[in-house]
Design a protein around this ligand. Structure first.
Ligand code: FAD
Length: 470
């Protein structure tokens, strides 16, 4: 069968791009094409005209100019984990940074420099031998870039803030191919915008993130309670974490125990109410202070204990494999009244797939001590974030899982006056401009101005798109 090339660009032009890159250009004729166009979410099945797998910041600049010259739709790939699949595009150019994963500590500044295609595992592996960490994702294969640009909710969030609060500077390739540094002193408007504004403003080839002492050992809570006790467990957790020290970041969730030989047979595949959390400080104190979270009802299973931070950061990896079908949507809640807990329990009991996870993360602490206008992210007053993580494996079930998630998400707005969503769990970004405006709130117009300055033609639009103001 003949290989279908793009309708927008011919093979000769793509060959000329390849000649200018030190990295590779992967076209439909390339043996790696089918692997390279896949992202973490198995529902996403896009066919780019080409994938420019860049090896350097210069490559990224060349590829951006090329896409501009040929008016190709442009997608940017960091770790490829965004559930909406915005890292790939049909019949356009993917600028793929997955070969740019270098991580380097700057001792004198107590920061870490991270290339734009690195994963959180790459970062933790370099920083942890020095007992240092920067707050990132809780699954090691998740990309730094997407997560860091739209917020960043980590296991130590209440002590060290969101990832964006630790973003000291960034090297960015702009829509016209120029490279600039954004920090408090250089292009400060851009530095403000990328702390929450996502991939709207350019391609970050290198992040500089602040480091904190943490680990190598931490105390973590991980308890499974009977699902019948879910409402009591969630309410007990809410009360226990009210006014908790910043060292304690935790979540309450509803999920299904895996069917694995390590579990006693009677627990395999059982629905449960879970509490997990980490103490970002002395493990002995953590064990003492987190004890109440282990006594909210009679546990089915208590896997709490001391572990290395590095192991903790990989512990969830097996539960989120690439290739399954995922539709995740989030909402910041006004609070967690009993009625919101009842709603969580009720909707989750009716979920379409047993793989689906529903989680309420406790925020506050350092994440809330940053003013609305200090970063593009905007309002941080919500103490709880609901995330509905629908997960299933049969394409025939797509429609009903998505419909269930959306119905639940809409209903949950009863407990979310602002209706602010978290763009790292965006579903398929169906709400478009309306969600962008409501979620950025009073920061939206300033973001649109900055977008107009740096990307007036809206080249970087496969994201929570902020329309440029002209
Ligand atoms: C298993 C799993 C666990 C997760 N855990 C967490 C968590 O603990 N905390 C949390 O906050 N979020 C978490 N997330 C959500 C995560 O933050 C988003 O999925 C995020 O988009 C992933 O970043 P990525 O680089 O892998 O994404 P990609 O899909 O590669 O990119 C997403 C978007 O980011 C932009 N982008 C990517 N790279 C660049 C770049 N170099 N420069 C400019 N723009 C770029 C582009 O607009 C792109 O469309 C998790 C997601 C998954 C799938």
């Amino acid at each position: 069968m003949a290989i279908q090339y793009s309708t927008r660009i011919d093979a000769a032009a793509l060959a000329s791009l390849e000649a200018r890159l030190s990295g590779d250009v992967i076209t439909p004729a390339h043996p790696a094409y089918d692997t390279a166009r896949r992202v973490w979410n198995g529902m996403i099945d896009k066919h780019p005209a080409a994938i420019a797998r860049c090896a350097s910041a210069d490559d990224v600049a060349v590829a951006v100019r090329f896409a501009g010259e040929h008016e190709l739709p442009l997608a940017v790939r960091g770790g490829g984990h965004n559930v909406a699949g915005t890292a790939v595009v049909d019949d356009g150019l993917v600028i793929d940074l997955s070969a740019m994963r270098a991580v380097r500590i700057d001792d004198s500044r107590r920061t870490v420099h991270v290339q734009g295609g690195a994963t959180w595992g790459d970062v933790d592996r370099v920083t942890q031998p020095f007992g240092l960490a920067t707050p990132g994702g809780v699954v090691s294969e998740t990309g730094v870039a997407g997560l860091a640009l739209s917020g960043g909710v980590s296991a130590q969030r209440r002590l060290h803030g969101m990832t964006i609060d630790n973003l000291v500077s960034a090297q960015i390739v702009l829509a016209d191919g120029r490279t600039v540094r954004a920090s408090a002193d250089e292009h400060a408007d851009l530095h403000w915008a990328i702390r929450g504004g996502g991939g709207n403003f350019g391609i970050v080839t290198s992040f500089e993130l602040r480091l904190h002492e943490l680990g190598p050992e931490v105390f973590s809570v991980n308890v499974a309670y009977p699902v019948q006790d879910a409402a009591r467990v969630f309410a007990g957790w809410r009360d226990a974490v009210a006014g908790a020290p910043d060292e304690l970041s935790s979540a309450a969730f509803l999920w299904t125990l895996p069917v694995i030989p390590d579990l006693p047979e009677h627990l395999r595949g059982l629905a449960y109410a879970g509490i997990d959390g980490m103490w970002a400080g002395d493990p002995a104190e953590g064990e003492r202070r987190m004890q109440p979270l282990r006594e909210l009802a009679t546990p089915l299973l208590d896997m709490s204990g001391r572990a290395s931070y590095l192991d903790e950061q990989c512990a969830l990896d097996p539960f989120f494999p690439p290739g399954l079908r995922y539709y995740w949507k989030a909402l910041y809640l006004d609070g967690l009244p009993d009625a919101a807990i009842a709603q969580t329990v009720d909707w989750t009991a009716r979920r379409e797939s047993e793989r689906t996870l529903v989680v309420i993360r406790h925020l506050g602490g350092a994440t809330a001590r940053v003013g609305v206008e200090e970063t593009a992210f905007g309002d941080r007053s919500s103490e709880f974030m609901l995330s509905i993580d629908a997960t299933w494996d049969d394409p025939a079930d797509d429609e009903r899982n998505i419909a269930w998630t959306r119905a639940y998400w809409h209903d949950a707005h009863r407990f979310s006056q602002r209706g602010k969503t978290y763009f790292n769990f965006p579903g398929l970004l169906e709400e478009g401009d309306a969600a962008v405006r409501s979620s950025y709130g009073s920061n939206h117009d300033r973001l649109a101005q900055i977008k107009g300055r740096y990307d007036p033609e809206n080249r970087f639009r496969l994201n929570q798109n902020i329309r440029p103001a002209h």
